[in-house]
Design a protein around this ligand. Structure first.
Ligand SMILES: [Zn+2]
Ligand SMILES: [Zn+2]
Length: 172
């Protein structure tokens, strides 16, 4: 991932802060890649967020989708996990002492969605990442990925404990 300071989730909303309560403005996102944290790279960020001026700051409302690369726990291949988040938060301006820093609009009129997106997207990550519901995993005998087809070798070398299990399954 390229390292630079451009971050499409960091938005200048200064002009909106001078508008009257109720004024809103929609921002569209369509970005091929964004580094959203040290632990999260996302690709193909799409969606829109509408900011509405309130007495306390700007209310952000919208939906964003993206994908992030993960490794399948069954077959160990890399795949793109789809992520979709709903944003519905008040960003405070001016921020108070007790304001969550990720929901604070800076003095400079910069509103940064990165922290909120990171939190919401990390929550979207599956506990067990699986490339597809019917992933066949790896062959227990030779380790070949079974998604690419069944193995040619005989099943005779199967672990005796597995063989017992297999017999039990057949009988049931
Ligand atoms: Zn898999
Ligand atoms: Zn095999």
């Amino acid at each position: 991932m390229k390292q630079n300071n451009y971050n499409p989730l960091r938005i200048n909303v200064g002009f909106l802060l001078y508008e009257s309560v109720g004024t809103s403005r929609k921002f569209e996102f369509d970005e091929p890649a964004v580094q959203i944290g040290d632990d999260l790279d996302i690709f193909d960020l799409q969606g829109s967020v509408t900011f509405t001026r309130t007495a306390q700051g700007l209310y952000a409302h919208g939906t964003l989708s993206a994908s992030t690369p993960l490794e399948c726990v069954r077959c160990l291949s890399d795949f793109q996990q789809a992520l979709s988040i709903e944003i519905s938060e008040l960003f405070e301006y001016p921020p108070k002492k007790e304001t969550d820093p990720i929901l604070a609009i800076l003095e400079t009129g910069i509103l940064d969605l990165t922290g909120l997106c990171r939190e919401l997207m990390l929550l979207e990550l599956p506990i067990q990442s699986i490339c597809s519901q019917d992933c066949q995993g790896l062959c227990p005998i030779c380790g070949n990925p079974l998604n690419e087809g069944q193995c040619e070798h005989p099943e005779a070398n199967i672990d005796p404990r597995l063989a017992v299990l297999r017999t039990l399954l057949k009988e049931s």
